[in-house]
Design a protein around this ligand. Sequence first.
Ligand code: GLY
Length: 362
Amino acid sequence: MNRGLSRRTLLAGSASLAVAPLARAFPEIMIRGRVKPVVISSGNGNSFKNGGTETCVQKAFRLMTSGTDVLDSLIEGVNILELDPDETSVGYGGIPNAEGVVQLDSCCMHGPKKWAGGVAGLEGIRTPSKIAREVASQTDHHLLVGKGAQDFARSLGYTIEPDLNTERSRKVWLEWKRRTDKEHYLDPKQRETKGLEVALQMSEEGYLERQHVYGTINCDGINEKGEICGVTTTSGLAFKIPGRVGDSPILGAGLYVDGEVGAAGSTGRGEANLYNLCSYLIVEELRRGKHPKDAGMEALKRVAKNTVEKRLLNEVGHPNFGLQFYVLDAKGRHAGLTLSGGANYAVCDENGARMEHCESLF
Ligand code: GLY
């Protein structure tokens, strides 16, 4: 007996030798059934239909399980929200920046192909997720911003629209402007506090949903072959300083995918996520063997630990903002997590689409 090989190694080796010819003869059979396909997303992924019959997670799951590429399926799914004028935190009709201009951010990652692409501050195109995919598939780069991103899209034949506001988003912006800044540009500190205060007040009065102040969609999926992809798309912080970019288009922050390990993405206060690069952190925790719930919890704890400024803390010393993570591992296990309060995330699998409860740190 070869002294270097243990009995266990030999047994494992002989098992794989027996499996190998079968796998060669029937690759589909050997691969099929390895993972139960599932698509997860932030809660809005099971709320909006843009006048159609399916939500984002339903459409993505249907396409993915009919053989469409996982990333293409997810992007078709999030396109529903990007195009829906009633979804005021993503794509067309997203709440504009402080100057009334809709600027969109998105990124995507393809696990098996090791593709990644993103766009930030993109104006004039309703579906930034499609352009993020073009960056991933057609360039040697991972992130295009502003006019460069728009010129790139135009060069590929996308039509640039002069304005992505809807009647609703424009009305909300005009009201915000009227309340915050008669001359526009106050002292930057005053403006930052006042701007958010007014946006939250307006959400209480029904102008926009509170979760849409930082609203976004992240959507991740795994097919039966175990192929994992993800996409995140947003109009970013409502009434942001023009040019402000949050976490959504940044690889490792708004989204991270490792094809062998899992995917993580986020919605909520982008600055808190950017500081901690939570999606990357979560995927690394998955790599160490953590369950998606525990991996996401690690990131929430990191955010809480690194939130020290008084203006960002509530009366009991916890972060006073919202932040959520959506986590999917290579076994198809998933979790949604939120810093505090109640939140749901969307799931679609063989049992259909539903909302599941997010685990909360506080
Ligand atoms: N998470 C979206 C943003 O902060 O822009």
